[in-house]
Design a protein around this ligand. Sequence first.
Ligand code: NCD
Length: 303
Amino acid sequence: MSLLTIESMTKTDIEEMMHLAVEFRQVLDRDIPKVPTLVGKTVALLFYEASTRTRLSFERAAKALSADTLTFTPGGSSVAKGESLKDTALTLKAMGPDLMVVRHGATGAPWRVADWTGLPVVNAGDGAHQHPTQALLDAFTLHDHVGDLAGLRTAIIGDIRHSRVARSTTQALLTLGAEVTLVAPTTLLPVDLSDWGVKTADGIDEILNDVDLLYLLRIQQERGGGAVFPSIAEYVGRFGLTRERAERLADGAHVMHPGPMNRGVEIDPDVADGPRSLVTDQVTNGIAIRMAVLYSLLEGRSS
Ligand code: NCD
């Protein structure tokens, strides 16, 4: 069994994964934050795109479950000698891992790796397409702070078009019953939103008084996101969560960001570190959620 897209998970699936993550979070809080659950298993991490949080978090999760890890990044590898994704995946498979975690710039790459290797695969981000464990950790973090997500008013702000996080987290929020408004310049919205099930707004001020969660995204320069609006100052003027705007939010409203943050662009530094921010909780919860995912896929519980 693989975890390739959040769309494959029902509300019950997501809730079960969150329950499991609560148990694993208790393990992480112990003096010795490790259990022997996956001793003898090996998790291969195949990361073709840059990553800080996701890669380290999968590694920490695997090790907390006593699995071994094999990490591949293209820098310094035979990719420089022209080795293909298929040959790299098959080479890693020949080293005997039980599961592969795959991040790649091309949509669908984790599906191909699953086909080629016959191994369970977790999609850790494929192009602008899917990032299911980010969606799970976001739902988990939010659930921790607000309880049931039904009817929760959420807004995702920034470069939606190029963001696998926007796609995946929107789907998880909708599956759990929240409402989602996407806030972005038209040029940073997907061309066709008809099957997304969301509302849209074209400025942050429009939604500030009516949200329980603001979820900020950076502009994905590497996917062309920076070329479509005139200047950073103009972007901040219409879409940035400045300190002044954060002060106008309702008392219980929360702020999230998947990282990496561009402080001073989509989010003011003080807001990122302030009391509404759940950014570091997202990181910590990411480990527990990934422990739950690895455990479910390797030990055959629900996924
Ligand atoms: C994101 C990603 O790589 O999709 N980061 C993450 O996984 N936490 C978001 C981004 O790169 O902006």
